[in-house]
Design a protein around this ligand. Structure first.
Ligand code: ME8
Length: 639
């Protein structure tokens, strides 16, 4: 029989920032679903990765004096390392700077162009660099603020290629109408539909004002343009499967489940299916949007220093406990709040009292009554009713999971655990043993073990290692076979000797992380102090010099950049492009001195070569350049 296929994706994350709890949340849900499909025996492909092009990345690199590629390499590596550490079971980690991705995107552009969906025109409008999105006048807040993130937009006027999004309005509405679960949850789907009904305008899909992007296909003979980062990024979902190259993995398309945060649902539920229609490819089965995480009721932001670092939480409380908490705490689609108190409550009550304790009770009772032997022989004779009730919850749990209601899925599994815990209280096996009804008492212990086994199998995608430990104690292995036996076919456990295991979920008595956590603003704060110490020789590898600013001009179309000519006592002045426009006027800089890193590799920023980096300090009150206390000869060494 041909295996059913599943393709699960996360968004590809921007490399302008290091991973935080939001990224971990999306990735952990996707990982759970991929593991669930594997458990059911599906041939599963799970994709994640990083989104590395666009103005935002270019500017983030620049502000750190790095080339975009160097910077992308570093941050992409951090995402991948965290997912590896978190045991995320991805099959492919795509980077949009991969050569195969670039070739696939160019192929797709050409195909869309050939099908008449792309034309050349001129774009004038408001652009939000932070969201990498264009907005119309009517969408803006207070005339120039981005409606999504509230930051200032800038006016961009340039030649651009357009995608005929307007042609797809009716087809998209048809899709939403025909396919009930194409966008989940339902409330979010209604928002998408009303947005589309307001009318779709053609989409500008290329830019000429910066370089850091994929060039148009060479056949287009138009070197000036790079692709709009969202076109480039969305196409990762098919280039990762080999679109335009070696297409053998295209058998996984269409995607079963594309997970996104609510912030980027519009791109995934409107643009993405329109691009796919233009390419003649089938549409994804589910696009599921989750809500936003806050911390102790507040929006997380670097400036507040309250961003939750997922690694710190997992290290302190246990990775699988953290996974359980995230999926259980928040109804999928709604915003959720991270607090250590809520996490500790979940660990102590759900995990320790209700799940872990159940295993301890089975071990304790079987030890006392039957030398740790568990035999299911009489389970159906005495406890068929309990098994049936459990199976009702298990069925509902799976329906919920398939609808992405992760919290309800777990609630149903816990209802099954309650039946197990209540059976012990209700049937009092210790009394039955005394009254000579040992057959009944041992059947009660065995039904509880069988319930725990069934719950562990379905809980496995959420808590892979812990559930394998439970399964080992109950003498079975979690696999597609055990899923078929115990979940699909109502089989019961073979007779076995239960293994004595130490408690799986020790109680947490107090908060384990100081609040608020150290800010992630300075990436250095992440490193351990001893890791960040360098030798004097390492320090002197950086050549710092005093420079005198001879010229300063604004970089057109850039909100942050100034172009400086700086005298470092060399034959000719150096050109340095610096992100200081918000803090200094060009005029105020002339003939002032600054401190320059003089031996950096030149980098290209918005098409301009920058031959050094100037030193500055930044806090919430703004940015100050580092200057010598008294005037020094240009080119003097600092150190
Ligand atoms: O948008 N709560 O990348 P991104 C919950 N590169 N989830 C959060 C979150 C929070 N506070 N913050 C971020 C991009 N996320 C594009 C995607 S896909 C073709 C291109 C999660 O790094 C959530 O899944 O800004 C959100 O959609 C994603 O991170 C955005 O990541």
């Amino acid at each position: 029989m041909k295996k059913e296929k599943a393709f699960v994706t996360t968004p590809i994350y921007y490399v302008n920032d290091i991973p935080h709890i939001g990224h971990a949340y999306t990735t952990i849900i996707a990982d759970t679903m991929a593991r669930y499909y594997r458990l059911k025996g599906y041939d599963t492909f799970f994709l994640t990765g990083t989104d590395e092009h666009g103005q935002k990345i270019e500017e983030a690199a620049l502000s750190r004096g790095r080339t975009p590629q160097e910077y992308a390499d570093e941050i992409s590596g951090k995402f991948r390392a965290l997912w590896d550490e978190f045991d995320i079971s991805y099959d492919k980690f795509i980077r949009t700077t991969d050569a195969k991705h670039k070739a696939g995107v160019q192929k797709a552009f050409k195909n869309m162009f050939d099908s008449g969906d792309i034309y050349k025109g001129e774009y004038e409008g408001h652009y939000c660099v932070s969201c990498e999105t264009f907005f119309t006048d009517t969408q803006l807040i207070d005339e120039n603020l981005c409606p999504d993130c509230g930051k200032e937009t800038r006016i961009v006027k340039e030649e651009s290629y357009f995608f005929r999004l307007s042609n797809y309005q009716e087809k998209l509405l048809q899709w939403y109408n025909d396919d009930e679960k194409c966008v989940l949850p339902k409330g979010k789907k209604s928002e998408v539909i009303s947005f589309v009904k307001q009318g779709l305008r053609d989409l500008s899909i290329t830019r000429t004002s910066f370089d850091w992007g994929i060039k148009l296909p060479s056949e287009m003979n138009d070197d000036k343009h790079v692709m709009y980062v969202w076109l480039d990024a969305l196409l990762n979902y098919i280039t990762a499967l080999g679109y335009g190259n070696d297409e053998k993995n295209m058998k996984y398309w269409p995607a079963t489940l594309q997970l996104v945060g609510k912030d980027i649902l519009r791109f995934h539920a409107i643009y993405w299916p329109a691009f796919l229609l233009s390419l003649g490819l089938p549409l994804p089965k589910h696009i599921a949007a989750h809500g936003w995480w806050t911390r102790n009721g507040e929006k997380m932001s670097k400036s507040k220093g309250n961003v939750v670092n997922p690694k710190e939480v997992a290290d302190a409380y246990g990775l699988e406990n953290f996974r359980y908490f995230m999926l259980r705490e928040v109804p999928f689609g709604q915003d959720g709040d991270f607090s250590q108190k809520a996490l500790i409550d979940r660990i102590n009550s759900d995990l320790s009292n209700e799940l872990g304790n159940l295993l301890n009770r089975i071990i304790g009772m079987s030890g006392k009554y039957n030398d740790f032997k568990i035999s299911s022989t009489n389970v159906k004779k005495y406890h068929q009713k309990e098994l049936e009730r459990v199976m009702e919850h298990i069925k509902t749990a799976e329906i919920n999971l398939n609808d992405m209601q992760t919290n309800r899925f777990l609630e149903e599994l816990w209802k099954a655990l309650t039946i197990a815990n209540q059976s012990i209280t209700l049937y009092e096996p210790w009394v039955k043993m005394k009254e000579g009804e040992s057959e009944f008492a041992l059947a009660t212990v065995a039904v509880v073990a069988n319930i725990l086994a069934r719950v562990s199998i379905l809980l496995h995608p959420v808590m892979p290692k812990t559930t394998q430990k439970i399964a080992k104690a109950l003498n079975f292995e979690i696999s597609n076979d055990s899923y078929n036996n115990f979940i699909q076919n109502d089989k019961i456990l073979n007779d076995f000797i239960i293994e004595k295991v130490p408690p799986l979920f020790p109680k947490v008595e107090a908060e384990l992380l100081s609040t608020p956590q150290p800010s992630l603003k300075e990436e250095k704060t992440e490193d351990k102090v001893e890791d960040s110490l360098i030798t004097i020789d390492q320090f002197f590898e950086t050549k710092l010099k005093i420079g005198t600013i001879l010229e300063a001009v604004e970089v057109p179309k850039s909100k942050k950049l100034l172009k400086l000519q700086v005298d470092l006592g060399e034959e000719k002045p150096r050109q340095i492009v610096a992100g200081i426009k918000e803090f200094y006027t060009p005029q105020s800089l002339l003939q002032t001195q600054i401190c320059v890193v003089a031996n950096l590799k030149p980098a290209k920023i918005m098409g301009l070569v920058s031959e050094g980096m100037l030193l500055a300090a930044k806090d919430e009150n703004g940015l100050s350049l580092m200057r010598p206390e008294k005037t020094k000869i240009s080119g003097s060494s600092v150190g």
